[in-house]
Write a protein that binds this ligand. Structure first.
Ligand SMILES: [Zn+2]
Length: 276
């Protein structure tokens, strides 16, 4: 067995690196898995590529458009404190906003950054941490946010180009079938869904794309407490705030991943299956 191979029955703590675009991207799709991996004694680092500068402000008492970036950095640090991840880092790019908005053109935005520069920063993290597992966005970016797609592309390119020890690269997925189910549940509960019925054919990852489904109900309390730290992004009067708490807990208790196998290497074990 190669020195870098991972053996789930071996107690060696693994090094796990999560790279996401915005300060709350870790929360819904992977927060339970991250909390579980912390509980199992693994070492985790979270890297946030932008500061989420153009996100929502749920309550004007919490932030202004000018200081939202700083407030959101604090929210992520607190969320990770709850999860048990003290190593939180920011690459400092400006949030590019949704496709076609003027924020895309801001010279400090991630969409204007040189791909080679972003890859250099991600490669430096790989060199420093030598992770066993990397989590990032999936190719669809969940709902197509350009920053999610950039982070997916750059992280994948770095992992593909690595020689020697290569981490298990997992994409956090939001299956399309779940968007449909959630849409229907919202309509049935008289909640106006935040996405149009026409978008349901393209939102999220195709269901068959998911390789790994994790039941994270053992960690869902930590996940929810962590999620609540992203206060500026949580509007109690928004569509998600109106979902019944027990229904929301149900949605949050399962997480979905795709294991990317470089060069189509079918022998690469799905390590996440046995880790939690
Ligand atoms: Zn995001």
């Amino acid at each position: 067995m190669a020195a870098s191979a991972i053996n789930p029955s071996e107690p060696r703590p693994l090094t796990i690196l999560s790279i996401f675009a915005h300060p709350d991207d870790e929360a819904f799709g992977s927060g339970g898995t991250l909390a579980g991996l912390v509980k199992k004694g693994h070492r985790l680092t979270i890297v946030c590529v932008t500061n989420g500068d153009v996100g929502e402000i749920s309550d004007p008492a919490l932030a202004t458009p000018e200081n939202l970036w700083e407030v959101r950095q604090g929210e992520l640090r607190r969320a990770m404190e709850v999860t048990g991840i003290p190593d939180v880092r920011f690459l400092g790019y400006r949030d590019s906003g949704m496709d076609g908005t003027p924020d895309n053109e801001n010279p400090s935005s991630l969409s204007q950054a040189e791909p080679a520069r972003i890859e250099e920063q991600i490669a430096a993290l790989m060199d420093e941490l030598s992770p066993d597992i990397v989590f990032t966005h999936d190719p669809t970016g969940g709902y197509g946010h350009p920053d999610h797609i950039t982070v997916y592309e750059r992280t994948t390119a770095v992992v593909e180009s690595m020689t020697g020890k290569r981490p298990h690269l997992y994409y956090v997925c939001f299956p399309r079938g779940n968007f449909r189910k959630l849409w229907q549940e919202m309509v049935d509960a008289d909640i106006t869904p935040p996405f149009a019925v026409e978008s349901l054919d393209s939102l999220g990852s195709p269901d068959e794309y998911v390789t790994t489904i994790k039941d994270v109900s053992a960690y869902v309390d930590i996940k929810q407490e962590s999620l609540r730290c992203h206060q500026t992004q949580l509007d109690p009067n928004g569509p998600f705030g109106k979902i019944a708490p027990e229904v929301m807990t149900g949605w949050m208790s399962t997480e979905y991943f795709y294991l990317h196998r470089p060069d189509g290497d079918d022998t690469l074990a799905d390590i996440l299956v046995d880790l939690l």
